[in-house]
Ligand binder design. Structure first.
Ligand SMILES: CC(=O)SCCNC(=O)CCNC(=O)[C@H](O)C(C)(C)COP(=O)(O)OP(=O)(O)OC[C@H]1O[C@@H](n2cnc3c(N)ncnc32)[C@H](O)[C@@H]1OP(=O)(O)O
Length: 411
């Protein structure tokens, strides 16, 4: 018989031990673990206990998620999910997801989001794939930055120490402005800025310490790049790689100047980017995208926990007035018909007895919510049913986002 309970102070080591073992056992570097421990919200951290032994873990962070239109919506960031291999496939994950989603509902958070270790796990609990990201390896011996805005030449670039608190504040200001411009991003909660700048030597894989370059226009910080550089060479000479962690800027000239800098660092021949938006403007500056080894990967899975609250919290790209017949086997309080009326200014969403225009499960709503997956594509896959001719075109257009949603970092 296992007991499910929230984390107590003296549970922590065993709880983390179980979590770390499920991910291979190496654990996090000590400084990172310390910080994660600080950021962990004990009353949102569930443990499954078999006697004195912790056999399951599941946590959540209290995030605010940017949505189409620029609002920030309270969202549970589901994290640290594990079940001991000795206790797998007996329903422990299911029982933790049950408890967690009930709790998210009680807290009044309309959305839950996560990044999955395996994409197949969370659909059954109503999470749908909502954002993808791009990875690229730019061959900078062949690819250059072309057609830069003229103003890029006037952008001043300077190295800065990521450990300097003033630099940290400048970076956070640039990041905060980026959050409301792109759906799917997370406003920084207190302490998260330290996690984002953490640079444990154990995670550098032989590369340099974290480097930072700030962009300035007219004396104001307008952007930054965070990156590592490896020190590789062979008989033919230097072959170092620039490993990009983050590039943000508030204007096209600063953005282009930062990317040109990254692609032109002496003795390097590749710029490696693990996670950038699928519509990253840099794609339109690179002279040869074919030599950038572009790869798409799933990143955010989203779940409306309160369908009415979630749909009313975002704006819509075009006027929409549709009745959605929602099925939600795991959170039945969402089941039934909802009338959504909205436009670019906002929306209302309430229960209705009117006939349905579209039928779908909450998982498809989660996929479409941030505007990166179209209802049309889901319908073409047979996962959304059009019940009133024209409703699909109307809703699919309205749910879309001009800027692709993206999540810059895991949690
Ligand atoms: C947000 C995050 O933290 S993602 C991290 C998830 N954790 C990991 O990947 C760590 C390693 N894996 C594990 O710890 C465990 O295998 C878990 C947590 C993925 C699954 O835990 P379990 O207790 O075995 O799952 P449980 O028995 O409750 O299974 C519930 C359902 O999910 C399915 N399922 C469980 N794991 C997987 C999986 N890896 N892939 C596909 N389906 C899965 C089960 O088959 C079951 O299906 P059903 O609905 O048809 O009955």
């Amino acid at each position: 018989m296992t007991e499910l309970r929230v984390l107590r102070k003296d549970d922590r080591d065993r709880w983390y031990g179980t979590l770390e073992r499920a991910f291979g056992g190496a654990g996090e570097p000590p400084r990172k673990r310390e910080l994660l421990d600080e950021l962990t919200e004990p009353d949102r951290s569930l443990g499954a206990w078999d006697g004195e032994e912790c056999v399951g873990t599941a946590g959540a962070f209290s995030f605010r998620l940017s949505v189409p239109g620029g609002s920030l919506v309270p969202a549970a960031g589901v994290t640290m999910v594990s079940v001991a291999a000795t206790h797998r496939r007996r329903g422990l994950l299911r029982s933790m997801m049950r408890r967690q989603l009930d709790d998210v509902r009680e807290r009044g958070e309309p959305m839950a989001v996560l990044t999955a270790s395996e994409p197949d796990i969370y659909g059954r609990f109503g999470y749908g794939l909502a954002t993808n990201c791009l990875a690229m390896e730019i061959d900078t011996t062949r690819v250059r930055l072309a057609s830069l805005p003229e103003a890029a030449d006037a952008v001043e670039l300077r190295y800065a120490s990521p450990a300097d608190p003033e630099v940290g504040r400048a970076i956070e200001d640039v990041y905060a402005r980026a959050v409301t411009r792109r759906p799917g991003m997370l406003a920084r909660q207190p302490g998260w800025e330290r996690l984002q700048l953490l640079d444990p030597p154990e995670e550098r894989a032989g590369a340099s310490a974290l480097q930072c370059v700030l962009a300035r226009r007219d004396g104001e910080v307008t952007g930054f790049a965070l990156f590592h550089v490896t020190g590789e060479a062979d008989m033919a000479g230097a072959k170092s790689v620039v490993r990009v962690r983050d590039v943000y800027a508030g204007d096209p000239a600063s953005y282009a100047a930062l990317w040109r800098f990254l692609c032109e660092i002496d003795l390097t021949w590749t710029v490696s980017v693990g996670n950038c938006p699928v519509d990253d403007p840099v794609l339109h500056l690179l002279s040869d995208v074919r030599r950038c080894a572009l790869r798409v990967r799933d990143i955010t899975y989203a779940r409306p926990v309160d369908v009415g609250g979630a749909l009313a919290a975002r704006a819509y790209r075009a006027p929409v007035d549709v009745v959605l017949d929602v099925r939600d086997a795991f959170c039945p309080w969402n089941e039934g018909r909802w009338r959504l009326s909205g436009d670019a200014q906002g929306a209302v969403c309430a229960r209705t007895g009117d006939a349905a225009d579209l039928a779908l499960t909450v998982r498809e709503l989660g996929s479409a919510y941030l505007g990166g997956v179209t209802l049309r594509a889901l319908a073409d896959a047979g996962r959304v049913t059009e019940l009133r001719p024209g409703a699909l075109a109307e809703a699919s257009l309205a749910f879309g986002s001009d800027v692709a949603p993206w999540l810059p970092h895991g949690f």
